[in-house]
Design a protein around this ligand. Structure first.
Ligand SMILES: Nc1ncnc2c1ncn2[C@@H]1O[C@H](COP(=O)(O)OP(=O)(O)OP(=O)(O)O)[C@@H](O)[C@H]1O
Ligand SMILES: [Mg+2]
Length: 244
């Protein structure tokens, strides 16, 4: 379970998170929506300890993420796959090596045969041809880089997946494939996910619950049905664009 309690975070004078309460249950897929620049990526980075709150707490499986020792944090991160908004691939490594970085278990990572199979399997899951393994990031389109980033995030068979806009910039066919993959990872492997997205329709289709972040706070959180019926002005205004 992921639980943020009264999280505050500012950068200099810029207040980004201003009392965020956010909870994701085991096995649940939570969509995190909100206007651009509102702090969705910042919130996600708190969950795996890339950023620490100024005040408030971030808990994953009962562990206080901001106060873990190095080894404990490394162990936690092994269980959390992170799909970075802009791919974050290493340009000097080919796709095989980039995806292999996601295999964090030492025993698996040192088994060449296992890694070769797992990398090809992950390419397959994100709908990329096996030959992509030998290419370098510079030779890939934006959408392909995005999918390689996703393949790397799932390579280590994580129990948590944090997706930062996994479908933005993808054509509708590949966006659907990624949405289906999110569902499949939840249904078949019980993965707990947070999906940051601008795709309101897609989020309503694949998520168990939806949270709306705006002005530093979670303005509303609920099932797709609850969100549709919500009378909260911020929610209605945000959903209107896509549903009316
Ligand atoms: N490390 C940082 N140092 C200073 N400011 C930062 C840092 N990270 C984020 N910010 C600022 O925090 C605010 C929220 O950024 P964030 O990237 O979380 O927005 P977002 O909701 O993910 O937006 P988008 O939908 O465009 O990706 C922005 O104003 C951004 O410039
Ligand atoms: Mg972002």
């Amino acid at each position: 379970m992921i639980a943020l309690r009264d999280v505050h975070k500012r950068f200099g004078d810029l207040v980004v998170l201003d009392g965020v309460d956010f909870e994701v249950k085991r096995g649940e897929t939570m969509a995190l929506l909100g206007p651009s620049g509102t702090g969705k990526s910042v919130l996600l980075k708190h969950i795996n300890g890339l950023l620490h709150p100024d005040s408030g707490s971030v808990n994953v499986d009962g562990m206080d993420v901001a106060h873990l020792k190095r080894r404990e944090l490394a162990n936690l991160r092994n269980r959390i796959g992170y799909v970075f908004q802009f791919g974050a691939l290493f340009d000097s490594m080919n796709v095989f090596e980039n995806i292999k970085l996601g295999i964090t278990d030492n025993e698996c990572a040192s088994d060449r045969g296992y890694c070769e199979n797992r990398v090809l399997e992950c390419l397959d899951l994100v709908n990329l041809p096996q030959a992509t393994a030998q290419k370098f990031p510079a030779d890939l389109s934006g959408g392909m880089k995005k999918r390689v980033g996703l393949a790397r995030a799932i390579a280590g068979q994580p129990t948590y997946l944090l997706y930062d806009e996994p479908t933005s910039g993808l054509d509708p066919v590949n966006a659907d494939i990624i949405d289906s993959l999110v569902e499949k990872l939840r249904d078949e492997l019980g993965v707990t996910s947070v999906v940051v997205s601008h795709d309101v329709r897609g989020s309503f289709r694949v998520s168990d619950r939806i949270a709306l972040l705006s002005e530093g706070r979670i303005q509303a959180m609920g099932t797709p049905d609850e969100m549709r019926k919500a009378e909260n002005y911020a929610v209605q205004q945000f959903l209107e664009r896509d549903f009316k």
